[in-house]
Structure formats: C-alpha cells, structure tokens
Design a protein around this ligand. Structure first.
Ligand code: PMP
Length: 413
C-alpha cells in the first residue's frame, strides 16, 4: 500500500495519536493485545447508550434488541471462521478460558489414567498448564513435541508420539513468542488419522490471516477478541457440533439449563449449554464490529504490509552485533513477531530504555517459559507488528535500540 493508505488506516485508531513521555507512541506490542479502531469503541458505547439489557430473558424491547445484536455477532464470527453453524461458536472470556473449558468439560469426561496428551514446547502457558492440570488429576501423561533451533516443530518426534495414539493433540496455530506459523492442516490430518481429538490455539492467527475451521479439520479452535481489534473479556471456543454435543456442560448456572427441579437439571441446547451466567454482551457485539471492520480490507494486502514491516525490522536487527533473532524464518512464512536477545544485555533493561522513547515492546518469557528455557535465554525482547504500524515505527525503533545498546555497552564511569 501507499504510505498515504497506511496513514488512513492509522486514522481509525485514536490511541495512535497519543504521546508517551512526550513522544509519539510507537506501539509494537500487538501480540499482547491489538489497539482498537473507532468502529469497535463506538460499538461498545452504542450498546450501552442505546440498547443495554440482559439477553435471552426480558419480555421487553431492549432485551430483544440486545439479544438480536448479540446473536448476530455470533453469526458474524461463525461465518468469519467458516463454522458449519453458529451453534458451534461459544463465547468465552478469551483463549485461556476456552482452553480451560475443553480441559475441564471434555478432559474430565474423556481422559483416563494412562492416556497420552500431546502439546508442544512452544505453547503459551494457556495451552499448557490446563493440560498439566488435567494430566495431574486424571493420571494421563503429557508429552511435548520439541522445538528445533530454527523455531519449527520436530515433525519426526511428533510422528513418534502419534504412534502412541494420543487422546488429545493441542497446539498453537502461531507461536506468540517466535511468530512461527505451524503447518496445522498437516499436523491435524496426521493426528486425526490416529483418532486424536485436536485443539488449535488460534490466539495469534486470527488477527493476521483468514482461518477456516472446517478446512483445517480440527475439533476445537480457540481465540481471543482483543488480539484481533476487539475488546478484552471476549473470546471464542469453536467446537465441532458432535464433539460439543457429547461433552457434559462446564459451569452451572442460569442460561445453560433447559429446566431445573429440586433434584437436578437438564442442559440447554448448543451453544447455551456452555454459557452459564450473563455473558459479556457488549464485548461480543463489539467483536462482531471488529470482524465487520476487518472484512472491509483485502486481508492479503494487510498481511503483505505486515510482512514488509517485519522484513525491514529483521534486516535492521541483523546488523546489530551479538543480536540473536529467534525463529529467523523467511518473513513471508511467519507472523510479524520478532523475538530477540542481545548478548551481554538483559531484555528488561532494553525494554525500559525503549519505553522511555515512547516505544512499547514486551520483554520476558511471554508466557512461554519452557520455550525460553529451551533456548537457554533469560527472556527476549519481542516486537510484534500490526497493519497499522508504519515504516517510521520500525526505523525509530531500530535507532532507539542502537542508542539503548550504546548506553548499556558504555563503560561504567
Ligand atoms: N495463546 C497464545 C498463543 C497467546 O498469544 C495468548 C495471549 N498472549 C493466549 C493463548 C492467551 O490469550 P488470553 O490471555 O487472551 O486468554
């Protein structure tokens, strides 16, 4: 795109106008959460100013309108990920809650002592700790597919684990620390061939490229609204209908029941069976608005721009002495996330020095402690790009980084 086009995109994001320590904000922490376009912010206020009511309950106009908007957002999500039906779209608080739902409702029902669960060494703690907890309470074994030096999965080791016919395979579509895009369609097909149930953590994928859950062939797909321009507090668990039907409900309460008497209850139909309590109504509607917003773009053009910026960043980083960029894969084949470590520095010091220049990056283990340990690092600096970043964001970050390294490398007075 032309620079003017990118500047027009940026106009949709009010926060990009603010200053930090007197300098214009340079936001390169998009893998942690994306910024929100005006259209999403307005969807939240529009709901509270004009339609606020609880859903599925009231016999009044506001409640009917709120319910319509809320259920329309569910249909928007279903179409966007190509679900067979909106009944397969469950609202959750985010990816973390979606995965915990599966680990508890599905895991407690179907995982037995001696079963094998397979995840990978690059998982976010959200797609690791729930399985560790399930393994502990069920007596199942959890095995992790190793990550190779280049930031890709060890496919040979994966195949060996599949020979043991695991009950579950849980893996990230895109690594939040490395930016590696896993070949999930192939990995899913291999796992389905041995009868495993497959969950994909799509938290870092949905913001960058289109996802088709039916084409992927997995059983569950989890993601968060706030990483794809939507608000916090809303996420999605997509589940294949027959798998969701076979699962017992998760949390108990209002909404998830068909009836209750003094002795028991019958669960509601999908998707409400898994939605106990008042849902995040405004947030779900605003996630629908985020999807409507994204849909007006040619997503390939957005992705190409992100790749262009990532390449610019990567080329600049490559010129820095002692800098190690993790998963230095061809930029076209990875998400625009640069995780690096500079010998002799601590990531936290670099993060602080960049922050004083108004540059927001993330430092540390990025909720992937086993992965960071595997690389033998104390942590990394992670710069993650979104389509509303511009070339100046990258250039200024690279020069601020050089200045920071000079300061850190300067001999003590
Ligand atoms: N998985 C991945 C790959 C992530 O990047 C994140 C967020 N950093 C999560 C899971 C957890 O998402 P949330 O905090 O929105 O539940």
């Amino acid at each position: 795109p032309e620079a003017a086009t990118v500047e027009r995109w940026r106009e949709d994001f009010p926060i990009l106008h603010r200053r930090v320590y007197g300098r214009p904000l340079i936001y390169l922490d998009n893998a942690a959460t994306t910024q929100k376009p005006r259209q999403v912010i307005e969807a939240l206020t529009e709901f509270y100013e004009n339609r606020n009511a609880n859903v599925h309950r009231g016999a009044h106009a506001l409640s009917t309108e709120a319910t319509d908007c809320f259920e329309t957002a569910r249909v928007t999500v279903a179409r966007w990920i190509h679900a067979a039906s909106e009944k397969e779209v469950l609202w959750t608080r985010g990816t973390t809650e979606a995965i915990n739902l599966v680990a508890q409702a599905w895991g407690n029902a179907f995982v037995k002592e001696g079963d094998l669960l397979v995840a990978t060494q690059m998982e976010h703690h959200a797609n690791l700790v729930p399985w560790q907890m399930l393994a502990r309470r069920s007596g199942a074994e959890l095995a992790l597919v190793p990550v190779r030096d280049d930031g890709t999965l060890d496919r040979e080791r994966y195949r060996q684990l599949l020979e043991r016919r695991p009950r579950l395979v849980a893996l990230a579509h895109v690594s939040n620390t490395l930016g590696t895009i896993n070949p999930v369609a192939e990995l899913i097909a291999e796992a389905k061939a041995v009868g495993a149930t497959v969950l994909i953590d799509g938290a870092q994928a949905v913001g960058h490229f289109p996802v088709d859950v039916q084409a992927l062939g997995c059983d569950f797909y989890a993601f968060s609204g706030h990483k794809m321009l939507g608000p916090t507090g809303i996420g999605v668990l997509w589940g294949r209908q027959e798998v969701l039907e076979a699962m017992p409900p998760w949390q108990g309460g209002g909404e998830m029941i068909a009836w209750v008497d003094e002795h028991g209850f019958a669960p509601n139909e999908l998707p409400y069976k898994f939605e106990a309590g008042t849902p995040p109504i405004a947030e779900a509607i605003a996630l629908g608005a985020a999807i409507d917003y994204l849909r007006q773009f040619d997503r390939a053009q957005l992705a190409a721009w992100e790749t262009h910026l990532y390449r610019r960043l990567r080329d600049g980083l490559a010129a820095i002495d002692g800098l190690r960029l993790l998963a230095d894969l061809p930029p076209e084949g990875k998400a625009p996330i640069a995780s690096f470590h500079v010998a002799g520095t601590h990531p936290a010091d670099l993060g602080t020095l960049l922050d004083t220049q108004g540059i927001a990056v993330r430092v540390g283990h990025h909720c992937t402690m086993p992965l960071i340990a595997r690389y033998g690092l104390p942590g990394t600096v992670r710069a993650s790009i979104a389509f509303y970043n511009n070339a100046s964001d990258i250039d200024q970050t690279l020069s601020a980084l050089s200045r920071a390294l000079e300061r850190l490398g300067a001999p003590a007075p």
